[in-house]
Write a protein that binds this ligand. Sequence first.
Ligand code: SAH
Ligand code: AVI
Length: 723
Amino acid sequence: MAHSEDAANLVSRAHAQAADDAIGRYRAVRKASEALTRSLTAEDQLAQSMPDASPTKWHLAHTTWFFETFLLVPRLAGYKPFDPRFGYLFNSYYEALGARQPRPARGLLTRPSLADVIAYRAHVDAGMVRLLAQGAGDVADLLALGLAHEEQHQELILMDILHLFAQSPLHPTYAPPRWAPIGQQPSAMGYVDIDGGLVEIGHDGDGFAFDNETPRHRVFLEPYRLADRLVTNGEWQAFMADGGYRRAEFWLSEGWATVQAEGWRAPFYWQEIDGAWMSMTLHGLRPVDPAAPVVHVSYFEADAYASWAGARLPSEAEWEHAAAGRPVSGHFFGGGRINPTVAADGQGLRQLFGDVWEWTRSAYSPYPGFRPAAGAVGEYNGKFMAGQFVLRGGACVTPPGHVRATYRNFFYPHQRWMFSGVRLAKDAEPGRGSSFADDVVEGLAKPQKALPPKYFYDAEGSRLFEAICDLPEYYPTRTEVALLGKAAPEIAAFVPEGAALVEFGSGASTKTRLLLDAAPQVAVYAPIDLDYPAMTVAPLTEDFTRALRLPAAVTGHPVMGFFPGSTIGNFTPEEARRFLEGARELLGPGAAFLVGIDLVKSEADLVAAYDDAQGVTAAFNKNLLRRMNRELDGNFDLDAFAHRARWNAADSRIEMHLESLRDQTVKVAGRVFHFAQGETLHTENSCKFTVEGFAGLAAAAGWRLERAWDSAQPAFALVLLRA
Ligand code: SAH
Ligand code: AVI
């Protein structure tokens, strides 16, 4: 008896607790909406600036109508609607619930007054508290929907107010200008490689989700690459400066027609004032921050930008697969700053959640097996599945806690007043990375035009490189060969019996022979190079920065890596770190790795080595132009560019550039690029190291320095790393 009383008490206490929690959640969301109106006058809250936007007062009333219509009227015995005429005024789009005030005429509703709407909210709130106190469990799903719905309108209030204020010559400020100082440019955009395959997307039913996120289902993804951060205003300005809004070749036909009809020449809220770009924001009219993510761009613009940048937009499945399981943290509404923030420095995917909604290339359509809910709430999402595109991740005006990895927002491709921005994606070419054409388009679109040095090595480039190695000025090859000849017996002691020697960028394998001669215990030779396909035992003809597995012949052998020639100096320090990490995984635990590094020396010797008297290095450099002409239908005039080799002391590297000798326009990869006189195409870095500096770099990638051999002038070193 006593026991069952206790049990009954426990159950009723749990019910009371659940009811209290539900009331608490309800009140918090309702209050948050009202808090958004604090800085608004009654006039601000009545005006409607365009048919797509609604007055704040209407949002406040409509969200209230939602609770009244879907919860109180059917569920709370004795509930009396505040005013039966409100059903007509504040029904948004529910056909099942009858006629309604036309959307573009919401701003004409001077009655009810704002005070009446506030009283309406109080009346419905009192009803909701009574309903929830009776038992929150029965209405839990509808309550969650009503609250998520109200949170969507909180974001709409902010979007719509910004649009309204942007019409005002006074540039009103919605929130105090807590404007962070102009951010540092984020690090260069990188791409994260994602395997894809058969993956699942969609909500799994655990916790609240909108119906459009269901059912969870399988999708096949080809391998793809996702940009590690959002596109910035600075990058967008480069697109504008390159005629982005004037060149039809980047645009979808409908997008191009819209550009013409609307006269678009910049993102939605940008204004050019005295030669400087300013943007209307919720903090008033502010200078465009080049480091911050671009915002208020349409799908058409996002797509055009991606074409210009040699990339594409991600599909929603690609986006979700990459975002799944990551913490939903980022810059959402709150904390004073209502603007997208600059990407944090760092690795991997950043800014996935918050800041700006990210356009995807996916049409907003039902998932396989999608069924709208029964009754009028079934009109919530499903009936809008035509002609719109999906956006992912939430924005700085989205309430915190509102979105998740499966969340699908959607807008028409011409719309721009929402906080929408761009993350780029690319197709992966399995094993090869991006294509030559993609890299050329991307590299020539950068403010400092640049190409990855790996494209030097077509057959002619490899021949020229071998000629460079014989030049009197090019000391590295001769020096490393001599050093290797001397150190080979000692190095051989580190080579295990039956070892597989994996060489990166083997070229003609001249240096390898010195090592193989001294270490007959090597059983398998596995060179990885873009060129020299069928050379030796188990060659991999691929990009060594992307090699994911070794040839089968290596299996079962202890592994030693070999990377001579200071080719590692052709990476930036960040690329070198990433390469060394990848090599550690590829070569496996306990592997040894012998790396040749060129050491810092006098500027005169360095410049001479990269600008030889016979002009072989110049020919090697210009061969890149020849290659683009041949493979990418380019029309570079080789005589209109000059070879330059410069010592960059700050970054401790020799840089090779091709300098344009006149103003010119070049066509390549189906695109047109302008070169000003004196502008350069940066074609190679060749970093010069100290042994200690290099050991630090290797340590950051998980390698320990075990031994080093170095030569006197010209200084060069062979370092032996251990995983
Ligand atoms: N190891 C030789 C050749 C160095 S030249 C030496 O020390 O003399 C650089 C070599 O690396 C070239 O043969 C080039 O084809 C290759 N290479 C450059 N970048 C590469 C990449 N990303 N993947 C695979 N091979 C690459
Ligand atoms: C392959 N690599 C290490 C050479 C270097 O010295 O950076 C390529 C080269 N560039 C000009 N000359 C040689």
